[in-house]
Design a protein. Structure first.
Length: 232
């Protein structure tokens, strides 16, 4: 995993994303003007042998692209880590920096695209270039459950699983909140995909995703993965 993380951090395969993440790191947001931005691709964060892999979309410009850790330092992360803490899967309900002492229990966070994209919209070509990193991470982790946040992540996961030899039904199952898709690999491995609306500020503020909805999906993920709560 350490070797994979090093490859991710050094990646410069997408010129548009490289230019954007570095420009954001130079100009910075006023609230963070005294901070040094990470401004590089993001490796996964959490348990390298996690039973639950959480798959988002891409790092945010002034969140993960600033702090250097998945879902850390933005409002989406605030929602996710609070819910993980309620579910007994995180040691604390907040995530402010890469060195804040936060620990995850049996959970690893990742994304199909590892650089912050302009307007939070990576292109299909950028997703494909980043795809091998997601595929390799899934091979190394071997999660019993993959919790996918949003339709972009769902489509990226299905494409990756097909490439890896998993028996994904045709037509491809559509994303929906609460979707549950058990899958079996040709070699006998099994995993389950769970769908959840993305923890974006827009979804949360409009009530598309409520805390109760997120808690229910995390409870289902914990049950399928057979995880105990994190010891404090």
């Amino acid at each position: 995993m350490a070797a994979l993380d090093a490859l991710v951090v050094d990646c410069r395969a997408c010129p548009r994303l490289v230019a954007w993440r570095e420009e954001v790191g130079r100009t910075r947001r006023a609230a963070f003007r005294d901070q040094e931005y990470w401004a590089r691709p993001l490796p996964g964060f959490g348990d390298p042998e996690a039973a639950i892999q959480v798959v988002g979309l891409a790092p945010s410009a002034h969140g993960s692209n600033r702090t250097g850790r998945m879902f850390t330092g933005d409002r989406s992360g605030d929602v996710l880590f609070a819910a993980l803490h309620r579910a007994g899967l995180a040691s604390r309900p907040t995530a402010t920096s890469a060195d804040d002492g936060l620990r995850l229990n049996g959970v690893r966070l990742t994304a199909p695209v590892r650089c912050a994209p302009p307007a939070d919209r990576p292109t299909p070509a950028e997703r494909r270039r980043c795809g091998p990193y997601l595929a390799r991470e899934l091979e190394l982790v071997g999660p019993r459950v993959v919790l996918v946040l949003g339709g972009f992540g769902w489509r990226a996961m299905l494409a990756t699983l097909v490439e890896q030899g998993w028996d994904v039904p045709r037509p491809r199952p559509r994303f929906r909140h609460g979707a549950e898709l058990p899958l079996v690999h040709a070699d006998g491995r099994a995993t389950t995909l769970l769908g959840c609306y993305h923890v974006s500020p827009r979804n949360v503020s409009t009530g598309v995703l409520t805390p109760a909805m997120l808690d229910a999906v995390l409870h289902r993920a914990r049950t399928l993965a057979g995880l105990a709560a994190l010891d404090s």
